[in-house]
Design a protein around this ligand. Sequence first.
Ligand SMILES: CC(C)(COP(=O)(O)OP(=O)(O)OC[C@H]1O[C@@H](n2cnc3c(N)ncnc32)[C@H](O)[C@@H]1OP(=O)(O)O)[C@@H](O)C(=O)NCCC(=O)NCCS
Length: 207
Amino acid sequence: MTYPIRILGNQVVLHEFSLEDVDDVLAIIGDDKVTTWLSFDSRNRDQAVAMIEGALERAQQEPRTEFYFGVTKRDGDRVIGFARIGLSGVQAGKLGYAIAATEWGRSYATDAARALVTYAFKEIGLHRITAAIGSDNAASIAVVQQLGFAARACCATTSSPTERGATACCSPFSPTSGAGDGWTARSLRQQNQAHREPGRRAECSDA
Ligand SMILES: CC(C)(COP(=O)(O)OP(=O)(O)OC[C@H]1O[C@@H](n2cnc3c(N)ncnc32)[C@H](O)[C@@H]1OP(=O)(O)O)[C@@H](O)C(=O)NCCC(=O)NCCS
């Protein structure tokens, strides 16, 4: 198994977490501006430590089923975000990400997600990646659209539309059973297979 993994984007670097990242992590998952779009309420320092420890533990599992990285600028060492792909199903994965609110609008999420999706197709060998995004999360939808994800019809929701998980279901931190609009990217090989098998459809993700 390759560990640690380091993935270079154009503007950012994705790297395995370290407990030294806790203050930076807390600045993200302790911020309501960010977590309002995620599946959990803002977290405290102990929860930030637990989040990092969990990610580190899962990163060591064999086979690895989660690729969950801190995002730093290429010229910095402060964690400004997260990007995650969790494997689900056969050669499939679910994408999630978040960027610190102070850094929004600088293309970091797009760059991080692009780098991770590229890695997942090329190095992990995935054929399909989905992202479940609430229909009101315009910034996140813009990110996956720039990556060439295609919108799929939403699958049946498993929680009440009034519940938070129903609209904030693209959590890179903790899975939720909520369902939003599904966005899917496929490797070229998978797209070609789909042409030969017109009945096949990508299902909605419930990241
Ligand atoms: C979604 C998120 C990761 C985007 O991070 P970011 O680094 O600001 O994203 P980028 O700068 O790469 O790109 C954002 C795109 O969305 C657009 N955008 C940003 N805010 C927007 C808004 N409120 N409405 C519409 N589009 C918006 C930007 O213009 C940009 O598109 P462009 O390059 O065509 O101009 C960030 O807003 C975030 O962390 N949100 C909270 C967590 C979250 O929603 N995670 C995803 C859950 S599915």
